[in-house]
Design a protein around this ligand. Structure first.
Ligand code: A2P
Length: 309
């Protein structure tokens, strides 16, 4: 009853994006190299990384060693916060590490700029230990600096991560935007469905991507009896298969991370989820007593998330 996930969506840039991607956060270089080679050999065609993950070099090597042609692949990387002042240098560095001439998608990782000349290249801090944020640098200014990267051919499409409806609205309504964002990447799973945000973005022509779709490390979702009951109905599919299938049922891209060869394979096997099961998972957080967010770094004093979305 399971089948390989082959769904693709069309981005507003005209490009096709595979609905299933291999997520690569929190994996060592060797793990990520082996996972990417394995995933590509098992049919994955979409790899999601970020400059801040520090793994672009092994991913580039894995892509080359996999034998899969570049034009059959969709590669995403992300601009880190301490490089908001100079996205062109940042993407050139990412491309050099990946060994690629272009990426398919370049995303602003967080809508907050960090001091590029601070005391640490990734997370510069102030004497009180808080992140060294440039409070008067709006992410819309960074977005404007991404547009030339499309014009210069470094990336095919651009987009944003971790923004609220109000920030997305601010971006979409700025009169000087020439290239619309193609993608919104946020944390999404049955404990954090973010229905309003997903609908707002989809209604405005963005493809929405789900990170931590399985509920991240030590996920309570993967042990949930109600989701297990749904999985049993589909020829004893795994809970992970149901979570990946739900993400695709609601027309989002799903970035499932695994470094385990069998789990990488099984996560690419989906079922055609019935609407009743999809609706149950839509209402899951409400039924279970509230939302749970697994990725919530401290960007104080900036407020990133809006729990009403
Ligand atoms: P591992 O990499 O050892 O497989 P998310 O995609 O939500 O960030 O979740 C990833 C977490 O879920 C990782 O800890 C990953 O561990 C684990 N994981 C991935 N696929 C499966 C699966 N099919 N079954 C159980 N755990 C999984």
């Amino acid at each position: 009853m399971t089948h390989q996930a082959t769904t693709t969506y069309t981005l507003n840039s005209g490009a096709q994006i595979p609905a299933l991607a291999l997520g690569t956060w929190q994996a060592t270089d060797q793990q990520v190299y082996e996972s990417v080679v394995h995933a590509l050999q098992k049919g994955y065609r979409h790899i999601d990384t970020a400059a801040a993950y520090g793994n672009e070099e092994p991913i580039g090597r894995a892509i080359r060693d996999s034998g899969v042609k570049r034009d059959e692949l969709f590669v995403t990387t992300k601009l880190w916060s301490s490089n908001h002042n100079d996205p062109e240098s940042a993407i050139r560095k990412s491309l050099e590490l990946l060994g690629l001439d272009y990426v398919d998608l370049y995303l602003i990782h967080w809508p907050v700029a960090l001091n590029p000349n601070g005391n640490h290249p990734i997370v510069p801090t102030k004497p009180d230990g808080s992140r060294d944020i440039i409070l008067d640098w709006p992410f819309t200014k960074t977005y404007k600096l991404l547009e030339p990267l499309v014009e210069k051919g470094y990336t095919k499409s651009i987009g944003v991560c971790n923004v609220t409806i109000s920030k997305l609205d601010q971006l979409l309504s700025s009169s000087d935007i020439k290239i619309k964002p193609s993608v919104l990447q946020v944390e999404l799973h049955p404990y954090l469905p973010q229905h309003k945000l997903v609908k707002y973005a989809q209604d405005h022509g963005l493809v929405v991507e789900a990170y931590s779709p399985l509920g991240s490390s030590n996920s309570p979702l993967l042990k949930d009896e109600d989701i297990q009951t749904i999985a049993n109905k589909y020829d004893n599919a795994s809970i992970a298969t149901i979570l990946v299938s739900w993400a695709i049922w609601r027309k989002t891209v799903v970035l499932a991370k695994s470094v385990n060869p069998l789990r990488i394979e099984s996560n690419s096997q989906i079922v055609d989820l019935g609407d009743e099961d999809g609706e149950f998972l839509n209402n899951f957080a409400e039924i279970k007593g509230g939302i749970k967010r697994f990725v919530d770094p401290n960007w104080s004093p900036v407020v990133i998330f809006d729990t009403n979305e």
